[in-house]
Design a protein around this ligand. Structure first.
Ligand SMILES: [Zn+2]
Length: 250
């Protein structure tokens, strides 16, 4: 792959990095990522994936844009209210970087459609906003043997993990015993500050870019950010040998 003059200019700040350079930029342009959820986390993840030139990006989302989304879902404008998120996202991202192919799935990821959607992608980024969906996506990622970056935010807090099926702990290893309990809160119940979603999302997308470039990632750790205390902690996590989701892989 030869770069066009415009690509050399567009990606010049990345090409300067030892960790990227021409080889890394080619890897990015030839890579693909599936983003599930195009809300507060997804907006930022999608913009940086497209910005840095990840060649193919899939978006799974079936919501429409509401006014309460706008403080953190910075992919959208007031004029987009009522539009499908996937369509608004696609047109914005195409304008941002025409090198990137955007594939949209206006649906929810489920047992029936997962295999067909996931088979074309090498990495999944879960940007959804509730526990139930994150459990389901984790299970689908493990079953289909796809690496998964999962992030969550609520109030002033957030966390990020990187699940590699057969290698690391999975989402269920950590949170499996909390499903159905009162500790399961969401942004729509408890609120969230938009910039916290932005911060967690930039960590997620950085891990995705490093993964594509074969650089070390946060695998085997849970990253926890507390925005009120301005504290970021990296916690080593072992897999749960009795986890019903991932134990069959070991
Ligand atoms: Zn597990």
């Amino acid at each position: 792959m030869d770069f066009s003059q415009e690509q050399i200019l567009r990606y010049s700040r990345q090409l300067l990095l030892n960790e990227i350079g021409g080889e890394g930029q080619k890897k990015l342009l030839e890579s693909n990522v599936l983003v599930v959820g195009a809300g507060g986390l997804g907006s930022v993840v999608l913009m940086y994936l497209a910005g840095c030139g990840v060649g193919k990006i899939g978006i799974v989302e079936n919501d429409r844009i509401e006014v309460s989304n706008l403080p953190r879902q910075i992919l959208y404008t007031t004029g987009d209210m009522g539009r499908n998120k996937v369509e608004a996202a696609k047109s914005r991202l195409n304008e941002m970087n025409p090198d990137v192919k955007i594939e949209i799935f206006e649906m929810r990821l489920n047992e029936k459609n997962a295999r067909d959607i996931l088979c074309d992608y090498k990495l999944i980024i879960d940007c959804t906003d509730n526990f139930e969906t994150r459990f389901a996506i984790n299970r689908l990622a493990v079953e289909n043997n796809k690496p998964l970056i999962s992030g969550a935010v609520v109030r002033f807090e957030g966390n990020v993990m990187f699940v590699v099926p057969g290698k690391t702990f999975c989402y269920n290893c950590i949170f499996g015993d909390q499903s159905g309990s009162n500790s399961v809160i969401t942004c729509s119940d408890a609120g969230v500050l938009g910039s916290i979603a932005g911060l967690i999302a930039t960590i997620m997308v950085t891990e995705a870019v490093k993964f594509i470039l074969d650089l070390p990632t946060i695998q085997n750790n849970l990253l926890v950010y507390d925005g009120l205390k301005t504290e970021l902690r990296k916690i080593k996590i072992n897999r749960d040998p009795d986890c019903p989701v991932c134990k069959k892989l070991y």
